[in-house]
Design a protein around this ligand. Structure first.
Ligand code: NAP
Length: 308
């Protein structure tokens, strides 16, 4: 196979990201064999049933033995324990990478377990949906999205380059970043917005003057878009906030200040402030569309449901 970059890829954890990687690897033909492991029998059975992975292994050791690329696709808080367990079974010269949404904490948890002669190249694909589990993946998830590589200084440049080529073959654009900067950027673009969505949905749920049926019935007015984000996996997001604490608290502090300023403008009837603020935010949306990271179709391109 001409495009092959790895002989044997081991996907550890078989949820949304791993299953999407499997289908994208097959589409690109960049690995000879892809094996997978998940801790629960239920997930392993589902994977076998839907043909997710060329082979589903019953132990971590079996999965990583002979692999030249091992991808940790478990929640951020579980990465360290998994790394410790696989360490004695890793082949010399193999690359270990991960897809965790937080980088500094993963590097601190995984790094110490990586044996000499094995390369560790942390990574984060900036692509996802609110779905989880082995059935939720699809080959196009990473198309035209960014994957950030976070190699330590002095990492093996051949191993880093090979992983870059791998992610590009899966459809992604690739850039390198250091861990602290990654965690701050993601606190702004992903982590804090998720927390705000969780809060907004929680607040609506608490508002007893508006009935539950009204919240659901009239959700298309804006609330619905928050509910999609707030339906994301609770374990994954608990771990994100526990491990990206400093950057998230920093951005939340700024958010609270801006919210107070807007609250004050509303109380004082300061329309100029509100108008200027909303004009600035509208320009950010235009920038995202121009960068090809979303559609400019009204309402995210959703088609109205046919009546009747
Ligand atoms: P997911 O669909 O919920 O799948 C998680 C997988 O990890 C499952 O196979 C699960 O095994 C396994 N797992 C859960 N807890 C574990 C533990 N304590 N020890 C060992 N294995 C465990 O999750 P995902 O969305 O693919 O996320 C995986 C990683 O990708 C996370 O680190 C997340 O931060 C990152 N990520 C997610 C997104 C996103 O939008 N979802 C985007 C980019 C990066 P069982 O099925 O057997 O329980």
């Amino acid at each position: 196979m001409d495009d092959q970059l790895y002989d044997r890829v081991a996907l550890i954890g078989l949820g949304l990201i791993a299953s999407s990687m499997f289908w994208a690897i097959k589409r690109a033909g960049v690995a000879d064999e892809v094996v997978g492991y998940a801790r629960s029998q239920e997930t392993r059975d589902t994977a076998r049933e839907i043909g997710l992975c060329d082979e589903v292994c019953d132990t971590l050791a079996e999965a990583v033995e002979g692999a030249d690329l091992v991808v940790l696709c478990v929640p951020v808080g579980a990465m360290g324990a998994v790394a410790e367990e696989i360490a004695p079974h890793l082949d010399p010269g193999a690359t270990v990478t991960d897809v965790g949404s937080v980088k500094k904490a993963v590097i601190e948890a995984v790094g110490p377990h990586i044996p000499d002669g094995v390369h560790f190249v942390p990574a984060h694909p900036l692509a996802g949906t609110e779905q989880s589990g082995p059935r939720s993946g699809f080959a196009e998830l990473f198309d035209n999205r960014w994957t950030l590589l976070v190699p330590a200084e002095g990492s093996d440049s051949v191993a880093v380059e090979r992983l870059r080529n791998f992610w590009e073959a899966l459809g992604a654009h690739v850039e390198e970043m250091d861990a602290d900067h990654h965690d701050l950027v993601l606190a702004v673009t992903s982590h804090t917005p998720h927390l705000i969505a969780y809060t907004m949905v929680g607040v609506a749920d608490d508002l007893r003057r508006v009935t539950d049926s009204e919240v659901i019935k009239y959700s298309a007015a804006g609330f619905r878009d928050f509910t999609r984000i707030a339906a994301s996996d609770p374990t994954m997001w608990r771990d994100v906030f526990l491990t990206n604490k400093d950057a998230t608290l920093e951005i939340l502090g700024r958010f609270t200040e801006e919210l107070f300023a807007l609250q004050r403008a509303i109380r004082k009837g300061d329309g100029d402030h509100l108008h200027a603020y909303f004009t600035r935010t509208r320009a950010i949306r235009r920038g995202i569309i121009e960068a090809g990271q979303d559609t400019d179709a009204p309402n995210f391109g959703r088609t109205p449901k046919p009546k009747g």
